[in-house]
Every structure is written in C-alpha cells, then in structure tokens.
Design a protein around this ligand. Sequence first.
Ligand code: FES
Length: 384
Amino acid sequence: MPKDGSVVRLDGQGKPLWLVLELTYRCPLKCPWCSNPVDYARDETAELSTAEWKRVLREGRELGALQLGFTGGEPLLRDDLEELVADARALGYYTNLITSGVGLSEARLSALKAAGLNQIQLSLQSSERELTDTLVGARAHDLKVKVAHMIKAHGFPMVLNVPVFRQNIGQVEDILRLAEEIGVDYLEFANIQYYNWAMVNRDELLPTREQLQAAERAVQAARERLGDRMTIYFVIPDYYEGRPKACMNGWGSIHLTIAPDGVAMPCQEARVIEGLEFPSIRDKSLAWLWNESPTFRKFRGDEWMSTTCRSCDEKEKDFGGCRCQAFLLTGDAANTDPACSRSPHHHLIAEAIAKAHAPGRRIQPLVLRNDRNSRLLGEGGGTG
Ligand code: FES
C-alpha cells in the first residue's frame, strides 16, 4: 500500500508484466485509425539507440517484465530489430513482433527465427486488394497475404490482427475464409478504439450496431464450424457495450510502454492526456518511471476516482474504464469513462454514434496518417 493509503491494484504484483517497445513512429503505411500520436511528425527527438533499447530490456526484466511487444510505427524499419530480439530472448522475455508485414522478407524471417522471436502479429485490413490498398494508402494487400504464408512456412505462431471499422466490417466472412486458407492460428477482429487518428476519423469509421451484430453472428458461426482449428477473438467496441473496458487492466498495473523517444507511458495513448508529465528513459531509470513517476501513480488505486466509480460494485472489474477516453471526451481524465452507462457523460457516446450515422450526413474522405497531415493536426489546423 502506498504512503497515501490508497489501494493499489497491481494484478502483476507490482510488476510491469507487459512491456511494449514502440521502436519507431516511422511507417510505410498511412492507416487512418493509427494509434500513434496525431502530431508524431512534429517531434524531431531522435529515436532511442540500440544501446538505449537494450538498457530498457535489461531494466524491464529486473522489474519482472515477461511479455515483450516490438511495435511502432513499423518496427521492421529498425535494422537492429533482430539484435534487440536476440537480446530480449537471452534475457528471458517472450517476444512478439507486431507488424504490418511491409519489409518482412524471407531473409529477415530467418534472422528473426534465429534470434529467437516467439510470435508474430500481422495486420490485415480486408480480404480485397483494392480496399486494403486504399485504406492503408499503399500497395500492401498482396504483400501482406504473401507474408502471412511466409510466416507460417517459417513455423511462427501467428496472430492475424484485423482492425474492424465501418469500411471492412461487412467482410468478416471473407476474411475468415482467407485466414482459414492461410492456416492462421489466432484471428483477432479488433474493433478499433477511438483515439488519435481514429478519433480524427471517427464519424467515418464508426460502424452501426446492426453491422456489429451481423459481424458477431458470422464470427460465432465460424467458431462452431472451425472448432479448435482457429481461435477467433472478436473485440466489441466499448461505444456499444454500455460497460467500460478494463483498459490496460488498470492504469500502471501491468502495462508499460516506451515511445520511440524513450518516454514511459502506462498505455500507448497516454500522451493525449494534457497536464501529465512524461519523463524519458534518457533521464530516469525504468524502476523510477514505473514505481515513482507521478504519471504512473496518478490513476493507480481508487483514490483518484469520482464518487460514481468509487462507490460502484464493478470498480474492481473495469477500474473506471479508460483514462485516455475520459480525457478525450470530457476534458478530465479522472472522470468515469463515458462508455460506462453510469457515467454522467454517457450521452456523449450516444451523440457520437448519432452524429456518425445521421441521415444525410456527407461522407468525408478519411484523413490518412502521413507527415503532412500530422504537422497540420499538430499545429491545431484541419487537414484541408
Ligand atoms: Fe490510455 Fe485506456 S488507452 S488508459
């Protein structure tokens, strides 16, 4: 228990079990739902060096971290990826590569295998070349399918991650068929969360309840048909749940993310919350950042909670929902997540859904994640 007497809910017994390294914000794709900060291009701070990432790996293990995700941007753009994977394996991590697949050649797969990489999570956005390529702003579909087969041929367990939104939700059955053909072990339909680029494009991306229900029925039918051959996850968006998600298993509970510039965060979106300070691994030890940083301590336990959450019999289940979403929608990260039907701000969710699906609303082009749009959004301007 901390000195201030608040209860700390540390499911990992105080350990950052999940360590996520965002090796770079550079990416060959332009996904309009990207979870990277919208102003990523404004920050000219250099990415951590190989030696600095190795220090993070070492200090993470000392703190008890076990699961390690290499992500980005596109982590394959770092040519020290294999070296970092080998270092992580030697330290005893279970290593995951979270990738778009762009840049994953036979040679790199062999090198990653030799380095001891445990698992690969590959993203795929649709079952059709034209739609995938339009959505990600690059010719990527054929390459992704080829890479998926290569990953399997190299014997990696593979998670095929499909971000779900209005433009592709009608393709669930086709995507299931494609995944079956590839021999995917785990298929994750991840209804996107509305932060950063997805928030910019929320009106265009948000599906309807009916679309979600149809997709869920298709997933259920596939589960019955496929049995143990494929594990299929279907993550419903909290906008339609009425209950908030147990985001990150609670703030500062088991998740620790390091941004490309070394900033330590309790989740990948945390920099959206204004007023918090985000020290870097360049200034502090990982132990200090995890245990002492005011940012990590800010929403641990229940002292920070509003009466709505603190008196709620579900607070041990959902921890009041997502701090980033509470901030983005209400301007105060300590508020109950508006996705919760008990939140006094829950009407904001209903209003967002109604706005996105208002009869006669003019469809807008998706704002692609690219450097130009990032600079414009970072300056507070529109994207024109
Ligand atoms: Fe940051 Fe939920 S995404 S706490």
